[in-house]
Design a protein around this ligand. Structure first.
Ligand code: SF4
Length: 289
C-alpha cells in the first residue's frame, strides 16, 4: 500500500491566499478571450462600447490590483482530494476558511456575507461574535496523491438568476433546452451579461445544483464529454444569443459567452436540470498541489 503524502497546512493556506490575490482583480483568461471575440463580431455601437469598457476594466483592475467588481462574492471551493494524501492539521474547511478570511483583509475585499439570511431576524450584518466570510466547500475524493482546488469568487447578481427544476423524465429535449434558454434570456441585464452558463443534468435535487456550479468552475476536456452534450452546448449558446438580449441586457449579438454541461445518472422517475449563471466578471482558478 503506498504511503500517504503529507501536505503541510501552510502550503494549502498560502496557495489559497495567492489564488484569491490572482482572481479578485481579473476574470479567467478564457473569459477575456471570449469577450474579445464578442467584440470582434459585434455591430451594435452601444454593445461595442460596453464590451470595450469591460475590457478596459479588466486591464485597469489587473494593473492597479483593484477588484474587477465591487461584489467580490462568496467563495466557492471544489476540493478534489487524492486518496493517498493527508492534509496536516486539518480539517480542510478550517484551513480554507482562515485563508479566505485573511485574504479578505489582505486585499481589502468587500464583506458580502450576511450572518442571518432572513434580515428581519437580526440587526447584525455579520455574526457579532465572529466576523467571518462564509466559504462553500465541496469535497470529493480522487485516486492519487494530489490535492486539486478549484476556487471561485461568485457574485450575488448572477447567482440570483440561477434555477433548478425537477422535470418529468418523459420531458422532451426541446422542452429542456427551452427552459435553459428562457432562464438565461428572461434574467435580462440582472446577471451582468455576457454570462457564462453552467448546466447540471441528472443526479438528484442537490447533486444537480452542484453539477451546474462545477460545470461553471472546473475545466472539462472536450474528450471527457459525450458528443450529444457537446452539440447541446453549441445549440444552447446559439439559441440564447439569437434572442438578442445582449450586453448588460441592452442588445447585441452576445448574451452568453459559453455554455458548459455536466451530467450524471439519475433515478428513472426523475430528470433534474439546474442552471447556474456567472457574469462576465468570472473569477475562477484551478490549482493542483
Ligand atoms: S453580477 Fe457580476 S459583474 Fe454584476 S455586480 Fe454581481 S459580481 Fe459584479
Amino acid at each position: 500500500m503506498p504511503s500517504l503524502r503529507i501536505i503541510p497546512e501552510k502550503q494549502v493556506y498560502e496557495t489559497i491566499i495567492d489564488a484569491i490575490g490572482k482572481i479578485y482583480c481579473q476574470s479567467t483568461p478564457e473569459t477575456i478571450t471570449l469577450i474579445n471575440n464578442a467584440l470582434a463580431i459585434e455591430e451594435d455601437d452601444v454593445a461595442k462600447d460596453m464590451l470595450n469598457a469591460m475590457l478596459k476594466n479588466e486591464e485597469l483592475a489587473a494593473k492597479e490590483k483593484l477588484p474587477i467588481c465591487q461584489d467580490t462574492g462568496i467563495v466557492v471551493v471544489f476540493a478534489d482530494i487524492g486518496n493517498q494524501i493527508k492534509i496536516e492539521n486539518g480539517p480542510l474547511y478550517a484551513i480554507v476558511s482562515k485563508a479566505v478570511n485573511d485574504a479578505w483583509r489582505k486585499y481589502y475585499l468587500r464583506d458580502s456575507i450576511t450572518f442571518e439570511p432572513i434580515r428581519c431576524f437580526s440587526n447584525h450584518i455579520q455574526n457579532p461574535e465572529n466576523s467571518q466570510q462564509s466559504v462553500i466547500l465541496h469535497l470529493s475524493e480522487l485516486p492519487g496523491n494530489k490535492l486539486e482546488l478549484h476556487i471561485s469568487l461568485k457574485g450575488g447578481g448572477a447567482e440570483n438568476c440561477s434555477l433548478l427544476k425537477m422535470f418529468n423524465p418523459t420531458t422532451s429535449l426541446r422542452e429542456i433546452e427551452d427552459f435553459i434558454v428562457d432562464t438565461v434570456v428572461s434574467s435580462g441585464g440582472k446577471p451582468c451579461p455576457p454570462v457564462l452558463v453552467g448546466v447540471g443534468i441528472g443526479g438528484n435535487f442537490e447533486r444537480c445544483a452542484i453539477l451546474a456550479k462545477r460545470a461553471l468552475m472546473v475545466p472539462i476536456s472536450p474528450s471527457e464529454k459525450k458528443p450529444e452534450y457537446k452539440k447541446m452546448e453549441e445549440r444552447l449558446l446559439t439559441q440564447i444569443n439569437q434572442k438578442g438580449k445582449g450586453i448588460q441586457g441592452f442588445g447585441g449579438k452576445t448574451t452568453a459567452l459559453k455554455v458548459s454541461i455536466l451530467s450524471e445518472p439519475c433515478h428513472i422517475a426523475s430528470l433534474p436540470v439546474a442552471i447556474n449563471i456567472d457574469c462576465h466578471a468570472h473569477r475562477c482558478i484551478s490549482i493542483t498541489i
